[in-house]
Design a protein around this ligand. Structure first.
Ligand code: PGA
Length: 253
């Protein structure tokens, strides 16, 4: 049975002290009411918080993730943070290709493919984001866009390496906007993603793949979205900044 996951992407929010408190509060809530069986919980604080946050979470209850990584292994890349550095503070997964990175920092297919490779080589799991912008959805070309994103940055992987990947489908028009994709819209494109993976890697790998939905997901809509057969959880932005709200989303299966 494939793994369900709820991952919180804190983006550029909280300082170290409030981030540590948020992580501790979530740990407490998970001790009282653990995640349902087969549901993994992850949080992705800013880089500056990782080391301190790692000290207050139990990795068997919360997986520590980062929001990004460098596209090079080491060396003269001022301001970058490598996969090896992330490993040294117990990071286990890396969000790669978030639409904000694609749009504001011009991360292209090739750069993202390099980040995916380094993450997997380092023994970490990529949470690879894909999704279309509003104009593309309105033009009815969302499947084409997502297909290109997957083919250009993921489908060079071997079967074994691809098995480490988690995909997050995040329609850009739903991120931080309060507009959420309908459960049917999410299901339709998740199913399409799984079919692409099946065609490339075979039915078993496709069936085992965790595909998260992201974009204005909160406790009031998570149950319905997560009930869809090809939606295996969520990548949560704004609602991950409140421990009780995020914990409710974790319980939404
Ligand atoms: P949101 O962000 O939940 O605030 O819409 C989701 C994301 O960008 O991962």
């Amino acid at each position: 049975m494939r793994k369900r996951i709820v991952a919180g992407n804190w983006k550029m929010n909280t300082d170290v002290a409030t981030g540590v408190k948020l992580a501790s509060d979530l740990m407490q809530l998970l001790k009282v009411q653990p995640a349902p069986e087969n549901v993994g919980v992850a949080i992705a604080p800013p880089f500056t918080h990782l080391s301190e946050v790692s000290k207050v979470i139990d990795p068997s209850k919360i997986c520590l993730a980062s929001q990004n990584c460098a596209s090079e292994a080491k060396g003269a890349y001022t301001g970058e943070v490598s996969v090896e550095m992330l490993k040294s503070v117990d990071v286990m997964a890396v969000i790669i290709g978030h639409s904000e990175r694609r749009a504001y920092y011009k991360e292209d297919y090739a750069t993202l493919a390099k980040k995916v490779d380094l993450t997997i080589q380092g023994g970490l799991r990529p949470i690879f984001c894909c999704g279309e912008v509003l104009e593309e959805r309105n033009a009815g070309i969302q499947n084409k866009i997502v297909e290109a994103q997957l083919k250009e940055s993921l489908f060079h992987l071997s079967n074994e390496d691809f098995s480490k990947v988690i995909i997050a489908y995040e329609p850009v028009w739903a991120i931080g906007t309060g507009v959420v994709a309908s459960p049917e819209q999410a299901q339709e494109i998740h199913k399409f993603i799984r079919s692409l993976v099946a065609a490339r890697y075979g039915a078993q790998i496709a069936d085992d793949l965790t595909i998260l939905y992201g974009g204005s997901c909160k406790s009031s809509n998570a149950v319905e979205i997560f009930s869809k057969p090809d939606v295996d959880g969520g990548l949560i932005g704004g609602a991950a900044l409140d421990a009780a709200e995020f914990h409710k989303i974790v319980q939404s299966f």
